[in-house]
Write a new protein. Structure first.
Length: 352
């Protein structure tokens, strides 16, 4: 099979030889009895890294978010969340299906919320509604371009929410990318949030799994949610072993991914018909507009694929490229040559 340059997502990374070796050698037990030493180690390590009392290993980021929502809320409660968040757009309406809650959404251009926008939506219980039981932030924000919360902004949201007795959950699928951008450890990024989910299976390269962390009491409730959602696993240590390697080895590679993303953004900015502000690219996600090429995102994406480059259209004229450890700088350079070819070809055809 031909080797594609795969810029669709950082989920496409495959386990490293060190991860496979660790999986092969993993000590295992029945995790539902808390007897899997590898899972126990992973959970302790994850909790320590994000500065929380406890953590639980979940099969997917979606289950991590949904378990958190379930553990923080009662049926009929309101959850404040960005309109373009993963929780709203890509989790099959789980907030409603699994927790019986209603979302109250806020729209901003870059995916970042601030207290000024949240405050007007906050309300307590009355005869007509349960009121707001949870605020969920996404850091980095995926679909609007990998933006990172300025730490003061996030801390203010948490302080204000806590004054009103409302917990804050962070969908930190890419918290390590946020931490890398900010130059601070993940525990500072997550310091004030009550719960945080992060993925092992994205930029960190593990084959499967995410972590949900929070207080010991919260994690007990989240474990019950994981159970009812069907996510309690048995000898999950084979997966946890890869997760441990991911946590120990992978964050060091993220600065390279961010540099590659910036390189892609700067190259795209020079392609006629593509619009993007490279200074807007903070982490490993590059979103750009292709309307000026006269092609839709799907059309551009199909032409790139014919030439060995995989990418995703995320809206009629918007595309997304992600960098990760399975993409080298040479491959980014090649992908940008291909992009220039694809767009140049069309402009000639249009001009004829
Ligand atoms: C990928 C992602 C998730 C969910 O992770 P899965 O493992 O694919 O379920 C949640 N939130 C964000 C922001 C993501 O990018």
């Amino acid at each position: 099979m031909r080797e594609f340059i795969d810029l669709r997502s950082d989920t496409v990374t495959r386990p490293t030889p060190a991860m496979r070796q660790a999986m092969f050698e993993a000590e295992v037990g029945d995790d539902v009895y808390h007897e899997d030493p590898s899972v126990n180690r992973l959970e302790a390590l994850a909790a320590e890294i994000v500065g929380k009392e406890a953590a639980v290993f979940v099969p997917t980021g979606t289950m991590g978010n949904q378990s958190a929502i379930r553990a923080h809320t009662q049926r009929g409660d309101e959850v404040i969340v960005h309109e373009r968040s993963h929780i709203v757009l890509y989790e099959v309406g789980g907030v409603a299906q699994l927790s019986g809650c209603v979302t109250r959404t806020i729209s901003t251009p870059n995916g970042i919320l601030d207290w000024n926008r949240i405050e007007p939506l906050v309300r307590g219980e009355s005869d007509h509604f349960n009121g707001v039981a949870l605020i969920a932030v996404e850091n980095t924000h995926n679909i609007l371009g990998g933006h990172v919360y300025p730490q003061e902004l996030l801390n203010e949201i948490c302080d204000q929410a806590h004054e009103r007795g409302i917990p804050v959950h962070m969908d930190g699928a890419r918290i390590f990318n946020a931490a890398t951008y900010l130059g601070t450890p993940p525990r500072e990024v997550a310091e004030k949030v009550d719960s945080v989910m992060f993925c092992l299976s994205k930029g960190l390269g593990a084959p499967v799994g995410s972590m949900l962390a929070g207080s010991r009491e919260f994690i007990e409730r989240a474990r019950m949610a994981r159970k009812v959602f069907g996510g309690s696993m048995r000898q999950a240590g084979v997966l946890a072993a890869a997760g441990i390697v991911a946590l120990e080895n992978s964050p060091a590679g993220l600065p390279r991914d961010h540099k590659n993303a910036r390189f892609i953004a700067e190259s795209l900015a020079r392609v006629p018909g593509i619009s993007i502000d490279p200074t807007d690219v903070q982490t490993n996600i590059v979103i750009f507009d292709v309307e000026g090429t006269g092609m839709t995102g799907r059309e551009v994406s199909a032409k790139l694929r014919e030439r060995g480059v995989l990418s995703n259209a995320v809206a009629p004229y918007r595309m997304r490229m992600l960098t990760h450890y399975d993409v080298t700088r040479e491959q980014c350079e090649r992908a940008m040559e291909v992009m220039t070819e694809v767009c140049a070809g069309v402009q000639v055809a249009v001009g004829d």
